[in-house]
Design a binder for this molecule. Sequence first.
Ligand code: PLP
Length: 416
Amino acid sequence: MTRDHDQDRGLAPATILARAGRDVPPPEGNGGPDSGPESPEPEPLVEPVTLASVYRFRGLDQLNEVWDGRQVGHVYRRFSHPNQDSLERLVRKLEGAEEALACSSGMGAIVAALTAHLRHGDAVLGQEGLYGGTQALLAEQLERFGVTARYVPEPTPAAFRQALDEARAEGLRVKVLIVETVANPSLRVAEVPGLVRLAAANGLVLMIDNTFATPLGCRPMRLGPCLVVHSTTKFMNGHSDVIGGVVAGPRNLVRPVREVAMALGLTMAPLDAWLTLRGMKTLHLRFARQQENAAGIARWLSERPEVSRVLYPGLPSHPSYRTARDVLEGPGAMVSFELAGGEPAVARFLSRLRLVAFSPSLGESETTVTYPALTSHRSLAADEKARAGATPGLIRLSAGTEHLDDILADLEQAMG
Ligand SMILES: Cc1ncc(COP(=O)(O)O)c(C=O)c1O
């Protein structure tokens, strides 16, 4: 791992992203007019993909230096490699974190974060409507190892405080709180500042899934210590060609997560890290355009007779309108809407789309829609789906970077 140079302090996220997180060299190391034939070989502006699975050592001294972190270097790819380091450096700078870890998927990041901070007999409080994969992990996997999960109806400090008191009264040993900055598909925004305070006051680890917001929309660590996770598969990579995840936070919270990821083989592969880094170079440009398009789509949908409800945190009608203004840098690039005709209207709409892809993910550079009731929330019971907002008429849209008029024309012909 490398240390960030002082010159990087205060750089804007756009600058950090455009440079792919590369450190700004100190003035004496910059070359300039004096750089002559004896100066080191020019470095490639874009780093190569390093596929080596293992490294060769000059002897025991060097092995010990590298293994114990006194000399920069790598031992074995499951532990770390240069492309992973570069992506981690970029995420660390963007999130304002002491440490970041790149994992083989968003779920890999969540598994590593949870297993590092939980043991047999511990309990988790999660917001209702968490990503289906996270709920399935808690119910179908971690439960087998003696971890209990309880769900909280609102991502607010008051609701979590009450759930914490109830869980403690039941004799549960709560260790971790889990929320999503922006929840799927309700787009409900978590009251992050109060939750950070609640976790700190009770010695709990607060895990925040920041996937929908991206580090450009929210940097929870500015408010206090917490563990931020992302599925980089979504907006951060943005090109529909890599699965990945990251965990970022204070060193004392991320170090144990790294140990788990190394032991379980959950770290990200070199080509995936390289592609994610390349995707992220344009995150600021994509996300600004996607957010602009989402606002235009939400306004347009609000006036359609086929649409009974539009959920977009930038609309005053959204329950989180005020929270979004406090917690997020912008209302985001996701819009959910309900077709008045329920599932039959959804089936007709999806089959008529031409430009907009019906594709069960989000954050791509092209606009996509999905149907949460049969995708992300498929495994939930009907009442759980209803509570999470995955109603029969609900479609979730992820705004892309196309021209807004082309997106709206396609939505219109599919509804017509
Ligand atoms: C909010 C959220 N978190 C985590 C994940 C899991 O990420 P991955 O599919 O990269 O494992 C997803 C996937 O859809 C998600 O939407």
